[in-house]
Design a protein around this ligand. Structure first.
Ligand code: CU
Length: 213
């Protein structure tokens, strides 16, 4: 080995270690706390918060499932975030029957008047937002925000969300059902190193007592 070649090999080692780390998903993650506020600076509950990380899988692992129940003539939960490819079941816990539908382009479906749990779940295979309703009960409404990342959560009653995020430069996205349609998420740059990080997001909405429209 010539001296020139040897020095090149040595110089390449740190870069190789770094790329192996990100390939195997062992990049060090650190806690990210996101505080979401409305236009008046009030904490916004039920906001969907997610991070787009280069190199993570857009699609959920095969067999990933979710559930949106119906209880006391309302969907539960009303605001949902799932990864693309998730199969969602719609169990009816009420004694009355429901007729669940979505006219949203990402997933148009109809579960005709039923009691109990429909046999086939609904697979949400495109990212975006689906708005759900019930043909029988007009006041029943729910939202399914489908995201191309496994790193997602929702804000609590104090408007805070917590995620574990690997180091790097990412996109932080926030969505809420009070946003005007078409409901695109609000996006901002996010830099994570190996330390706990705080981020603040302000959405152009006005918080309601129920947290939904
Ligand atoms: Cu109903």
């Amino acid at each position: 080995m010539t001296p020139l070649l040897r020095s090149r090999v040595v110089a390449c080692l740190p870069a190789l270690a770094l790329s192996l780390g990100s390939l195997t998903g062992i990049a060090q993650a650190a806690p990210l706390t996101v505080s979401v506020a409305d236009a008046d600076g009030k904490p916004l509950a039920q906001a969907v918060v997610y991070v787009m990380v280069h190199g993570t899988k857009a699609l959920a692992e095969a067999g990933t499932t979710g559930q949106i129940g119906q209880r006391e003539r309302q969907f539960t939960p009303q605001v949902n975030v799932i990864q693309t490819g998730t199969a969602v079941s719609f169990p009816n816990f009420d004694t009355v029957r429901h007729h669940v539908y979505s006219f949203s382009p990402i997933q148009k479906f109809e579960l005709k008047l039923y009691a109990g749990t429909p046999a086939a779940p609904v697979v949400f295979d495109k990212p975006g937002t689906a708005v759900l309703g019930c043909n029988i009960h007009d006041r029943m409404n729910a939202w399914v925000h489908v995201v191309d990342t496994p790193l997602f959560t929702k804000t609590d009653a104090t408007g805070k969300a917590l995620l574990e995020v690997p180091a790097g430069d990412h996109k932080l996205r926030t969505w809420h059902p009070l946003l005007p349609e078409p409901a695109l998420p609000v996006e901002q740059a996010l830099h994570m190193n190996a330390a706990a990080t705080q981020a603040a997001v302000k959405l152009p909405v006005h918080a309601t007592a129920s947290g939904t429209p």
